[in-house]
Design a protein around this ligand. Sequence first.
Ligand code: G6P
Length: 585
Amino acid sequence: MCGIFGIVGSKRKELGRTLLKGIKRLEYRGYDSVGMAALDKGKIKVKKAAGAVDKADKKLNFSELKGHIGITHSRWSTHGGVTDFNAHPHQSCDKNITIVHNGIIENYEEIKSDLIKKGHKFRSETDSEVIAHYFEEKIKQKPIKQACVDFLKEIEGTFAVLMMKNDEEKIYALKRDSPLVLGICEEYNILGSDIYAFSDRTDKAVFFDNDEFAVIEKDKYQFYDTKGKKITKKIQTFVWEQEESLKEKYPHFMIKEIMEEPRVVKRLLMSLKTDQKDNFNKFIDMIIKAEKVIFAASGTSYHAALLGVYYFHRCSDVCGIEAQALIASEFEHFANVDSNTLVIAVSQSGETMDVIEALKFAKKRKAKIASMVNVPYSSIQRMSDISLQVLAGQEICVAATKSFVNQVTLLLSIAKEFGFKINLDTLSERIEEMLAKKDEIKKIAKKIYKNKDLYVLGRGLSYPVAREVALKIKEISYIHAEGMMGGELKHGTIALIEKGTPVISLISNKDYDMLSNTKEVEARGAKIIKVTNEFDGDIKINTSNDGKFGVLAAIFGQLLTYYMALELNLPVDKPRNLAKSVTVK
Ligand code: G6P
């Protein structure tokens, strides 16, 4: 959460525009407020305001900022409300130090009260502001590099920090747990929360590891370890499909990304036979060698993982792969991990802090780590023993759609290797057919979008899908939705069913139990929307395969959500309070 971006060596008149472009590319990480600082002729100018980038830009005209060095930040609030004052950058009392920060300074209260005693005046309610005052105080006694060493020692919590000083043409960058990467360009250097920040400018990057800091200048840079000793870092060359970040003819990224699903599925399946073949085989080998598999994931990725468990258990008629899926933030409380366990992280961003923490816990217990990530070179990928790419391409809408479809396709491909029966070659075609039902789905959306509550029921493979459909509806349409096991409803929640309550029922094949659960709510007046490949229904899914049903029913939910949000006139791509990459616990 929070996007940070900085440049050293910009053309003077282009600085504001470059910062604006950079932060827009990271806005999916949070859009509560935005701010910029530009160093021009020995003076730092700061502009910041609450609101998303376009709104703040209209008010402040960021493009007019000039200089060769600048930093910028888009915020997802943790400490302190969504206000102009709490927006980054933050400055020291003497305005000599200016910082942007992504992460949480856990011991900020302690540090703050100490600094207040020394006479510092704070202007915001954030934890981040202490960083500026901390350095102001430190550099009274020692060189700034030594202060960086102290910072790594004394600060508890997570951070990616970019810092400017009035009198230096440099950016100081420090990192622990929050993502930070340096992009190397010919005439300047760029820093960003991830490679999206600068993938239109360079394909060369240096990834910060934990507890490192670096001093970045126009044409050189130097990394340091916790003791302040110089370290040499590897420059990575990355490949990224640029055209995917453009909205093209679609009104929203969400619908553009849903419509890309047939294509990205094909691309993934092809890569598993070509570029990713070796890795795929090694991945399979690691599953064979493990006594059990535990998935760690959050949000939509957790639902993909839960589907994975279902498919893994059904790889053969006798006994499938021993697998379990845990929500990453609860991993350490519920996982029984040892050196014979393979922990598989599933993550679109590859940066979700809860997943990273789960992996750290698993590593300590000597488990092997595998991952499936969409954003290449992400932290989760880099901390894995083996990693497969989801290859959905850049996903900009905060709600995951095409990345979910490709995560599930990847899990199905693995399950197939172990005997799960599915012909994946026709999956892309089936998705096209599902997308062609968009007008039917739009009609359903128009019928139910005014409801305050709705329920989505599933059983077996359709249970994780029911949860995913409900999550999409909550995130994007702001309608309270519960995704439930059909069989569990009668143990309490059925009390909430009233005349007209919409209940979406996902019935794959001859699931008569699911059909009975549907009848039970219908008898109590619920408005049923039946999604089925077997019985009469509102949406007919054209597959008899349970694996494909899971994917197609989820796509139904994505389209339904999109059309409900349109009816409600909601900000589809940037739903309130959410962020795409959640880098806090
Ligand atoms: C956030 C996003 C969700 C996403 C979840 C997990 O909450 O808003 O869309 O499913 O994080 O993210 P990951 O990147 O690990 O898949």
